[in-house]
Design a protein around this ligand. Structure first.
Ligand SMILES: Nc1ncnc2c1ncn2[C@@H]1O[C@H](COP(=O)(O)OP(=O)(O)OP(=O)(O)O)[C@@H](O)[C@H]1O
Ligand SMILES: [Mg+2]
Length: 489
């Protein structure tokens, strides 16, 4: 894959190309740099060539400026000048794309996950639970798994948690061990608050099947799957965790292939700092594991972020290909980040501190893995120009592409199958009918209604006396949980 040509002494040398071997793309990468230095165009450039080489690509489009990859680029003197300098034969070209939108918010095929598949660790990250609460959520999942209470949507999770903190659920709660009613109550409140922020659109069925990402277009080019995120920009925890879920699903679903001559998929993880900030130990360990192991399943992951400092050392150490765009050194913090970045590069004939601050837009310091897997010498590089449109395609074009997709019909409408919520409510209705008769002579104490706990509001005011027993007799389909506690297929 052609990245660009070497910059030395202020000159671009078209006869000294900088490339990445296709086979090394499953050794992961980092694209870093300050705002406006060319990170997004670099990932567009890499994605185009992957597609042209028959490799499917996944891109997260956080700012909405990546959809242009589906349309031919605009010819201009600037593009021609760059192409000439780097020895590129530039030809406008669009690439085969599929557009997705989280929960259908924004323009794209709706992408949802079931709560059970998302698992307790990822969900804790989104709910910003602490370690104790995270472990407790794990116990609630385990309980639901073993009782055959399917957690498809947030309603299901609320119903199970609500049941456990209700009077009727108390014996069950005791049986779980290690889960306090207080913590379960906190979890219930945060799931409820999360739902009130509109999160129910993202969870439920039909669940997105990640193997859709591995397809080729009829002409043999790799399909570029673009997740449009501008409409959920205000939910960074949610979308970054969803990206991780996609990776975990790929990891769970794909067979081992070892090292291949070209990857099965390259996954670009934009705004990666959001994933790592505030992450729990369990979460970070799972990311590190996923990144380490997914390589042998033929998936390459590229993180895109401002500085390598945003990425924990254990993850950074596994990113074999590095494209570092310009960094600024305005503030003492900038200067510190710059020095730290320089230290992450191998020794080189460049004075990296001044090179990194002096790079122009669409230029970067690059080191990749050679065919033999050894890091190449550091090269300041002027990058090629993308051949597709730099910027968004018009909204109506995007909308048309989405609606005409074969996948749209499959994912457009949410489905609400019978699951934990329905099972628990049916049980409750049965009990209520029975208890009305039993309780009739005594009546209820006054003021009870106002004092309803959240748990009761959620699950209802019914008496669950026999619920625990009847639920307990159901044979649960045991779910094996994998990394992050996501469901193993
Ligand atoms: N390889 C390139 N070829 C041609 N032009 C480029 C290239 N890279 C960057 N540019 C120019 O620089 C502008 C900014 O690049 P880009 O949007 O990729 O920056 P960014 O680092 O992603 O910024 P942000 O952090 O704001 O997302 C582009 O709109 C384009 O005009
Ligand atoms: Mg960008």
């Amino acid at each position: 894959m052609e990245l660009g040509s070497v910059l030395w002494d202020g000159q671009c040398h078209a006869d000294a190309p900088v490339r990445i071997p296709l086979a090394m793309l499953n050794r992961h990468g980092l694209v870093a740099g300050a705002t406006g230095t060319g990170k997004t165009k670099t990932l567009q450039l890499i994605a185009e060539q992957l597609s042209a080489n028959g490799v499917p690509v996944f891109l997260a489009d956080v700012k909405g400026d990546v959809s242009g990859i589906s349309a031919p680029g605009q010819d201009s003197p600037k593009v021609r000048e760059r192409a000439g300098q780097v020895g590129q034969t530039w030809e406008a070209a669009g690439f085969p794309c599929e557009f997705y939108a989280l929960g259908g918010i924004g323009t794209g095929i709706p992408l949802r996950a079931t709560v059970t598949s998302f698992g307790p660790v990822l969900l804790s990250k989104v709910l910003q639970l602490n370690q104790t609460q995270e472990q407790s959520l794990g116990l609630i999942f385990h309980y639901a798994d073993s009782k055959g209470l399917e957690l498809y949507d947030l309603k299901d999770l609320k119903a199970v948690t609500g049941f456990l903190v209700s009077d009727a659920g108390k014996p069950e709660l005791k049986g779980i061990g290690g889960l306090s009613s207080a913590t379960a109550g906190v979890i219930l409140r945060s799931v409820t608050a999360f739902e009130q922020q509109g999160a129910s659109d993202f969870f439920g069925e039909p669940e997105f099947d990640v193997t859709e990402l591995l397809r080729l277009a009829p002409d043999g080019r790799g399909l570029v799957s673009v997740l449009e995120l501008p409409a959920v920009q205000d939910k960074p925890q949610l979308f970054s965790t969803f990206l991780m879920w996609l990776l975990a699903e790929l990891f769970n679903g794909l067979p081992e292939v070892g090292d291949v001559d070209r990857p099965k998929l390259v996954f670009f993880f934009d705004e990666a700092h959001l994933l790592f900030s505030g992450a729990s130990k369990a979460f970070l360990e799972s990311i590190t594991q996923t990144v380490r192991l997914i390589r042998s399943k033929g998936v390459g992951v590229f993180f895109v972020t401002q500085t390598p400092k945003d990425v924990p050392a254990d993850v950074l150490g596994q990113l074999g290909n590095r494209v570092q765009h310009a960094l600024r050194a305005f503030t003492p913090d900038d200067a510190k980040a710059l020095k730290a970045t320089v230290r992450t590069f191998p020794k080189s004939p460049y004075d990296l501190e001044s090179t990194l601050t002096g790079l122009g837009t669409g230029e970067a310091v690059i080191t990749v893995l050679s065919e033999s897997g050894a890091p190449t010498p550091v090269a300041a590089t002027r990058l090629r120009a993308p051949q597709s449109l730099m910027g968004p395609v018009p909204g109506e074009d995007l909308d048309r592409l989405v609606k005409s997709s074969l996948l749209y019909g499959r994912y457009a409408e949410p489905v609400d199958r019978e699951s934990a919520f329905e099972k628990l409510s049916a049980e409750e209705r049965g009990r209520e009918a029975a208890s009305v008769q039993a309780a009739l002579p005594e009546g209820k104490p006054e003021g009870k209604k106002e004092d309803k706990s959240l748990a009761e509001q959620v699950v209802g005011s019914g008496i669950f006396r026999s619920l625990a027993r009847s639920v307990g007799t159901q044979l649960g389909r045991e779910i094996t949980r994998s990394l992050f506690g996501t469901r193993r297929r």
